[in-house]
Design a protein. Structure first.
Length: 577
């Protein structure tokens, strides 16, 4: 599906790059004709190009700003040649697209420390707001050309997304971008000899005085008239669980948010957390796995993946590997310095297949879990040279990121609030949680004072189906009530129950700590008056009577009493507006 938004409709030419350094073809041009042009430098060495889109913003490709040290980048504007008579601006921060992993989403924004001073040779360019499957465009770059200069050059190309375009490409991943309607082919006009190399990265592609794309990569490490791709990213992700084959019936879950590691820029720290909108329901074919907390240098694992295999199926497959992470044998297997650095920093493993076997991984094996003894040790990250049989491959060492994983799982912005609909997947108002305030006397796993406040990012607009509830004024010893709960499901349920706090109800509880908090007046016993079986999905469910909130279901058939915590609730709301 095409994403037709102002930024995402900008395209990026995609494939691998290595050591070649030539922009072939085209002709020299003047900065006065293209005053939006910017040269991107790392340590004052040209690494790419960009386009001025606002006084402090440059649009480029993520591959042009691959190095993680943002402070070592700077930008030149207003010059006919790189290192010519232009103006230099220091970089404050670079925002690489969070889903960039080397191919897709190859786009980045450079935020400058100070505003650019506009002139006849320095002006911003507008972004194309319409999408098209075919257009003639001009690419502009300071990349070194066949004459060994770094003069600004222009070259004409045709962008297309038809069957002829797919046939023109040689790489499967590049073809898939077109067939899935996520990319363009980019080809020179008939008879022209043109090509691109690595320091053409970020080169603006313009038509009708609008910016349509930025160059990222060329197939086969660059070359004259080689295949290349423009792409625009997908706008939706979904998660399937509980299936033997990706194309078989499965339990599907919509993604609420993806949290990538903040230091990921394409190689190292290649790990992410996916937050789904609803609760994954466990069963015989759906269960969680524990993360291995120890981190051995060698471990034999099983890698599991739905990635398309040599039979062109997407059936779940298991393959045995030995993971090693020593700085000698493992590093010797790898060719790329960035891959070796992952091992040196103890962030990853090399993958060794069993002797005499031919095994390999490709791009859609990304994220494949690697398990041993019922624990998760690693996730597949990358294969050098776009994969291949027994090529050097790297897996991310999960134990090295255990602290980050736990911080993400329990951070406020990992949560979402849905209100205003009995089916929270349909018609509900979604809100982001900004702040979570737990009761200061709550100490997990003790059940006492098990209550918290969550402040959302925007104010909910009240409607007939979205109203605030009144806090219970009287601390009654018992009451006939109703629990409203989603219970880990998509639709809300009403569960009749009774709240009590006498010794008779306390005697029905099995947990001694729960018995004590009822005796201390911090909680009620909960007696469910239906066949409903309470579970983890009911935690926090409001328990009400006549639009007054009396309790929140905690666990173990107890509910936190609201009246006893009323003063803390009100003071917390006032101090955290």
């Amino acid at each position: 599906m095409k994403s037709i938004s102002v930024l995402f409709s900008l395209a990026c030419i995609v494939c691998t790059v290595l050591a070649q350094r030539r922009q072939i073809g085209g002709r020299d041009t003047s900065i006065r004709q293209y005053p939006f042009m910017a040269a991107v430098a790392f340590g004052r060495q040209l690494v790419g190009n960009g386009a001025i889109i606002a006084p402090r913003w440059i649009l480029t490709s993520a591959s042009a700003v691959y190095a993680p040290q943002d402070a070592l980048f700077d930008v030149q504007v207003g010059a006919d040649s790189f290192m010519g008579s232009g103006s230099w601006y220091e970089v404050l921060q670079i925002y690489r697209h969070p889903e960039f992993v080397g191919w897709d989403y190859n786009i980045a924004l450079i935020h400058l420390k100070g505003p650019i001073k506009y002139s006849d040779t320095v002006q911003p360019i507008g972004l194309a707001t319409t999408d098209t499957d075919y257009i003639d465009a001009t690419m502009l770059s300071y990349g070194i050309n066949e004459q060994e200069t770094q003069h600004l050059r222009e070259a004409a190309y045709t962008l297309s997304a038809d069957d002829e375009c797919v046939a023109f490409l040689t790489d499967w991943l590049a073809k898939e971008m077109i067939t899935q309607h996520r990319g363009y082919c980019v080809r020179p006009f008939r008879g022209a000899q043109q090509g691109q190399w690595f320091n053409d990265a970020g080169a603006p592609v313009v038509a009708n005085n609008l910016l349509y794309g930025v160059f990222a990569f060329a197939e086969d490490e660059g070359g004259i008239n080689e295949g290349a791709v423009y792409h625009y990213p997908d706008s939706e992700y979904n998660i399937a669980v509980g299936t033997d084959d990706f194309h078989s019936p499965a339990n599907w879950h919509e993604v609420s948010k993806i949290i990538r590691h903040p230091e990921f820029v394409g190689w190292d720290n290649n790990i992410a957390m996916v937050l789904v909108r609803d609760t994954v329901k466990y069963g015989d074919t759906v269960k969680p796995i524990n993360i291995a907390t120890n981190s051995p240098d060698t471990v034999e694992v099983t890698m599991l993946s739905y990635g398309k295999n040599e039979h062109s199926t997407t059936h779940l497959r298991a393959a045995t590997y030995t993971l090693i992470s020593d700085n000698v044998d493992c590093v010797r297997l790898l060719k790329e310095s960035a891959a070796k650095e992952i091992i040196w920093r103890q962030h990853g493993f090399c993958l060794i297949p069993p002797p005499g076997t031919e095994q390999g991984q490709w791009y859609n094996d990304a994220g494949a879990p690697m398990v041993a003894n019922g624990e998760l040790y690693a996730v597949f990250a990358l294969a050098e040279h776009e994969g291949g049989l027994n090529e050097g491959s790297v897996a991310i060492r999960v134990a090295s990121y255990l602290g980050w994983i736990q911080a993400v799982m329990f951070s406020a912005d990992a949560y979402r609030v849905y209100a205003g609909s009995a089916d929270y997947m349909s018609g509900s108002s979604e809100n982001v949680i900004q702040l979570i305030i737990k009761h200061p006397q709550y100490i997990a796993p003790s059940p006492g004072n098990n209550i918290a406040m969550a402040r959302v990012a925007t104010i909910f607009e009240e409607s007939k189906l979205l109203q605030s509830v009144n806090l219970g004024v009287n601390d009654v010893p018992s009451a006939a009530t109703t629990m409203a709960t989603f219970g880990g499901r998509q639709n809300m349920l009403e569960v009749p129950n009774r709240l009590a706090s006498d010794e008779a109800c306390i005697g029905t509880l099995t947990d001694e700590a729960n018995k004590q908090i009822v005796r201390d007046g911090l909680a009620y016993c909960v007696t469910i008056e239906s066949a409903y079986a309470v579970g983890p999905g009911d935690v926090g469910a409001p328990i009400m009577s006549m639009n007054f909130l009396y309790g929140l279901y905690a666990d173990g058939l107890v509910a936190t009493r609201i009246a006893i915590h009323r003063q803390w609730i009100q003071s917390t709301m006032v101090s955290n507006k």
